[in-house]
Design a protein around this ligand. Structure first.
Ligand code: AMP
Ligand code: GLY
Length: 418
């Protein structure tokens, strides 16, 4: 089989790494890819959102199977386009990817089907949004409706901050059209956990739980990022919690989507908060998370291509997905200044990737004359597997300490104090 992976971050490097192990994958192509992916796959310079370009690439390279990883091509209908062209493609169709691309949609779905989440109101009128905030308890949470690189959520500590957030989204258009509608919701408390699930629309199979670290600095300080590190599994996600989530959240979600005529196939990402009143949904994503995928897939003990194939063919119930015991930790090495402005083009030293059960997944890198250079905000995801979390964390940090590029920054507390 010739398999095309769409995307070019750390998540896609991990997906390519594990696809490469499948005896069924003869040839791997990734577009646009990155410096690390270039070592294991043929990279093609097609933008992840370029549907026509991707179709042409697939045709030219005689691709047999496509895996669409990022949110924006999914929301734009890339899977639909491949299906129409007769090519099997992994990922939700546009009608189902809306679960991530519109918070107004996902909140209304949860309300309609009694799926536990924060109480909310949605607004497309700024004056009404401002009036609603008045007199509401704080903290209060303001969310842009559409995709905003994981940054469209503001936890306002005061009414003034909440008003400012509404102005910023609805008047100043900080997130473009994504903020023309907003969701204003109740502030929840409790440990956060991510559960990625494979689903073919009928069967849903959770992967081991994980925890992302969204803030840029230690102790969850500083602005939100795409994710500065993750570990797996989360000790907060006990078998009892898992059972409650399956009954009250996972199955009801795929059944709701089916009932709405929007059958969801692919990976469904549940961002959960374990509140004193039980698990509740913070957000859905319509894809593998980044960086959660790097540690989670590191524990997979089944051919990943077989799983993708079963999802596409709606035969997920027929396969037995196995996971290694133990734990995994991914530390993201980022450019100085990220998530705000940062410089790129710096040489990366000390890279000894894919050795000794520590995998260095590349995100913002490019390869030039045999060397690797920084090309993005999140540069590398150093991912270690071990029998227990403490050992995985210490291995990931030991390798991170050997890598260097100018102005490199990373959190020192991923997976610690758990
Ligand atoms: P999201 O992009 O929806 O995952 O939100 C980003 C982060 O904001 C989450 O990981 C939570 O830490 C926080 N968050 C979002 N919604 C809420 C809420 N209703 N209550 C408390 N924290 C929230
Ligand atoms: N790590 C969060 C996300 O992928 O959206």
């Amino acid at each position: 089989m010739t398999v095309l992976v769409v995307g070019g971050g750390g998540r896609e490097h991990a997906i390519c790494h594990f696809l490469k192990k499948s005896p069924k994958v003869r040839k791997l192509i990734c577009a646009p890819g990155n410096g690390g992916i270039a070592d294991i796959a043929e990279c093609a310079p097609v933008k992840a959102t370029d549907i026509e370009g991707m179709l042409a690439l697939a045709k030219e390279k005689h691709v047999d199977f496509v895996m669409v990883a990022p949110d924006d091509p999914l929301a734009g209908g890339m899977v639909d386009a491949f299906e129409e062209a007769g090519l099997p493609a992994f990922g939700p169709r546009k009608s189902a990817a809306i679960l991530e691309s519109s918070k107004v949609f996902s909140k209304a779905l949860m309300q309609k089907y009694n799926i536990p989440t924060a109480r909310y109101e949605a607004f497309d009128d700024m004056e009404k949004a401002l009036a609603y905030i008045q007199g509401k308890e704080t903290p209060i949470v303001i969310k842009a409706d559409g995709l905003a690189l994981g940054k469209g959520v503001i936890i306002a500590q005061t009414t003034e901050e909440a008003r400012a957030a509404v102005y910023e989204m609805m008047q100043d258009k900080r997130f473009g059209d994504s903020g023309s509608r907003v969701v204003i919701e109740e502030y929840m408390t409790g440990p956060e956990v991510t559960v990625l699930c494979f689903t073919d629309g009928k069967t849903i199979v959770p992967m081991p739980s994980s925890r992302d670290h969204k803030r840029v600095y230690d102790n969850d300080e500083g602005p939100n990022t795409g994710g500065m590190g993750a570990f797996c599994p989360s000790p907060d996600y006990t078998p009892e919690v898992a059972e409650i989530c399956m009954e009250t959240i996972f199955l009801p979600t795929i059944n709701a989507m089916k009932a709405e005529g929007r059958t969801f196939k692919g990976v469904l990402y549940f961002g959960l908060m374990l509140t004193p009143d039980g698990p509740r949904v913070i957000e859905y994503n319509a894809r593998f998370g980044d960086p959660e995928t790097q540690p989670v897939l590191s524990l997979l003990d089944t051919d990943i291509f077989d799983i993708f194939d079963a999802v596409v063919n709606e035969k997920l119930g027929d396969i037995d997905i196995k996971w290694k015991s133990g734990a995994a930790c991914c530390v993201v090495l980022a450019s100085g200044g990220y998530p705000n402005q940062y410089q790129t083009g710096y040489p990366i030293e000390g890279l000894d990737s894919m050795k000794n059960d520590v995998m260095v997944f590349h995100a913002g890198t490019r390869k030039n004359n045999g060397g690797y250079f920084t090309s993005g905000g999140r540069v590398l995801g150093v991912t270690a597997v071990a029998g227990d979390l403490k050992t995985a964390v210490s291995k990931a940090y030991s390798v991170s300490g050997q890598i260097y590029f100018k102005d490199m920054q990373y959190r020192k507390d991923i997976g610690k104090g758990v």
